[in-house]
Design a protein around this ligand. Structure first.
Ligand code: G3H
Ligand code: ZN
Length: 283
């Protein structure tokens, strides 16, 4: 069934585990995430990023309608989340398209501008009954930009600043920069667990880890123990899908039916989903 992101994150935080949120681009991604979550009987968040909407000729509704239909028929609770939204127009489409939550991304702006834009988005979202996540600190790696140096002073989320930001903006969750970076194709990120503990102790909203594809299993387990309640994964699904399709096409150069390789890609994504959920649930 279709449920809300807020209830999944709240429940995960109370149980000291994390809900996995997977970025979906195609219908095969949607089906794979749900199949993977069903295989381990776990709730899951499907998220559609502004970049994915751009890829879909700028249209949210075709993929959103498919995701809603798939979620309603799923054997596990599934929530829909709009991810990394910079466009106010897209933000305003969220409720009618079936999304219960948004991540409003103004982290590229200077602090005061990030706060003002995020507060305006949070006020509007709350009036619509939406749950809203925002980001403070810089992860890098979005839109092809290089990952930020993990030790660059401006890159990390400062606990005192984060406390003021959450209080003044009214957001329901905060994405923190603690050493992960978007679009990593190797799982080599090292997280600053001391900073994460200080953030968790300072803030009374759930914390979100972005760029989780580059974070090894043991680091993910420690991050959840340290207070991360939502784990965003995108690139890992594309690695699984593309690798499986590349291998299939190399072994079957005569193949032309797209169902043959899309099903192989979809199965590989479903396995990746089940694996990651398993890590987040581990005690
Ligand atoms: O918001 C989406 C996530 O941060 C995905 O990051 O593609 O590096 O796993 P990733
Ligand atoms: Zn992200």
């Amino acid at each position: 069934p279709l449920v809300t992101t807020g209830e999944l994150v709240t429940r995960a935080a109370a149980a000291r585990c994390a809900v996995a949120a997977f970025n979906v681009i195609t219908l095969e991604h949607v089906e794979a995430v749900i199949a993977g979550a069903e295989s381990v009987s776990s709730p899951v968040v499907l998220q559609v990023s502004e970049n994915a909407v751009k890829f879909r000729y700028g249209r949210l509704l075709p993929l959103a309608r498919a995701a809603v239909a798939a979620a309603e028929r799923a054997a596990v609770p599934v929530a829909l989340h709009l991810d990394h939204i910079q466009s106010d127009d897209l933000l305003r489409q969220a409720p009618d398209a079936g999304f219960s939550s948004v991540m409003y991304d103004a982290a590229r702006l200077p602090y005061a501008d990030n706060l003002a834009a995020t507060k305006a988005a949070a006020d509007w979202a709350h009036a619509q009954g939406l749950w809203i996540e925002a980001e403070l600190g810089r992860l890098g790696g979005k839109n092809g930009e290089p990952p930020l140096d993990a030790h660059a002073p401006g890159a990390r989320t400062d606990p005192a600043e984060a406390h003021a930001f959450v209080t003044d903006s009214g957001v329901d969750a905060l994405a923190v920069a603690v050493g992960s970076s978007h679009a990593m194709t190797t799982r080599t990120a090292t997280l600053d667990h001391d900073l994460l503990k200080r953030l968790a102790a300072t803030l009374d909203v759930p914390l979100v880890l972005h760029g989780s594809s580059g974070v090894p299993d043991d680091e993910l387990t420690a991050a959840v123990a340290g207070g991360i309640a939502k784990v965003n994964v995108g690139t890992a699904l594309n690695i699984a899908m593309t690798g499986a399709i590349r291998e299939f096409l190399a072994a079957h150069p005569e193949a032309v039916d797209s169902r043959k390789y899309l099903s192989v890609g979809r199965e590989a994504m479903a396995r990746a989903v089940a694996d990651i959920i398993g890590v987040l649930r581990a005690p």
